[in-house]
Structures are given as structure tokens and as C-alpha cells.
Write a protein of this length. Structure first.
Length: 166
């Protein structure tokens, strides 16, 4: 019995058909979804804690007011859920929005830590954690498969407006 002992893989009818089908979500996109979900949860927790402890924060004259904490917490929760939806539905604008939002979150964290919090002994750990978060984010966001998924996935949903009639 001559020939290939392995069964042939089924092929798409055409390259155009295989290109137009939605792809599986790459690992980098899944990782970014988890980061965004964590950002949303952190925002919700911050918002609810600020509302729950409003009187205590005012009584002890906290450096960051409960109003600031609740606004930033609610803002990050909303931003996180919008980002989560945009990545889940593979919106084109999610690709630049992800690194921008995480970098803004880190900038806010470090501004609050340096200017409004008392000195703590875990500075090396926090710096390392921020660096690891940035590396994971940039690795996931700048990965070729992530970029392709987030920038090309919408094309199968868009009508061919500028194509010539057949």
C-alpha cells in the first residue's frame, strides 16, 4: 500500500473563506483579559471601600479624600469593563487602549504612593511587581498574534463597502 499513511487534513474551500472566519482567541489576548478583569475588580473594590469607609476616612483626615478614592475607583471599574468588552468582542481600538490604560493605572499608583502614602519597606517588591506587570502587558499586547486578532477580527463583521460589484 503506497501513499501517505496519515489521513489528509480537510482543507478550506478557498483561502478567502479561511481568512474570513473568526479566529481562536490567542493566549496573549486571554492574559490581557485577565489583567483587565483584575483592573475592573480593583476599581470596584476601591469604589465600594471608599463608600463604606467614607466617615472613617473623613474622621481620620486621610491624605486621599473619600471623594477622590470613590471617583477613581468607579472610573477604573467603568474603564475596565469597557476594555473587557472591547477585548472580548475584538474591537480594533482595544489594541492601543490596553497598554495605555495599564500604563495610566501604574502612573496613578506611583503618584499616589510617592506623594500621598507613608514610606513602606516593600519598595523593591513593588518596583519588581510593576516591572513584571509591564513586561507581561507589553509581551501580551505587542505579540503578533494578539495584534492580528485585535486589529483583523472585525473585518469579517464589516460589509464590503468599497468593493467593486460582481
Amino acid at each position: 500500500m503506497e501513499g501517505n499513511p496519515l489521513p489528509a487534513q480537510p482543507k478550506a474551500d478557498s483561502m478567502e473563506e479561511s481568512e474570513s472566519l473568526p479566529q481562536r482567541r490567542p493566549f496573549g489576548v486571554t492574559l490581557l483579559l485577565w489583567l483587565v478583569l483584575s483592573l475592573s475588580a480593583w476599581g470596584l473594590l476601591r469604589w465600594s471601600a471608599a463608600l463604606s469607609w467614607w466617615d472613617v476616612l473623613n474622621k481620620f483626615d486621610a491624605r486621599l479624600s473619600p471623594l477622590y478614592l470613590s471617583i477613581t475607583g468607579a472610573g477604573w471599574a467603568v474603564a475596565g469593563f469597557v476594555l473587557l468588552w472591547s477585548v472580548w468582542s475584538a474591537k480594533r481600538w482595544a489594541y492601543p487602549a490596553l497598554p495605555i490604560s495599564i500604563i495610566l493605572w501604574l502612573v496613578e499608583y506611583w503618584i499616589e504612593r510617592i506623594f500621598f502614602q507613608t514610606q513602606r519597606a516593600n519598595l523593591p517588591f513593588t518596583i519588581l511587581g510593576s516591572i513584571v506587570l509591564l513586561v507581561v502587558l507589553l509581551t501580551g499586547a505587542l505579540n503578533r498574534s494578539t495584534k492580528k486578532f485585535l486589529t483583523k477580527s472585525e473585518e469579517h463583521e464589516q460589509p464590503e463597502e468599497h468593493s467593486a460589484p460582481t
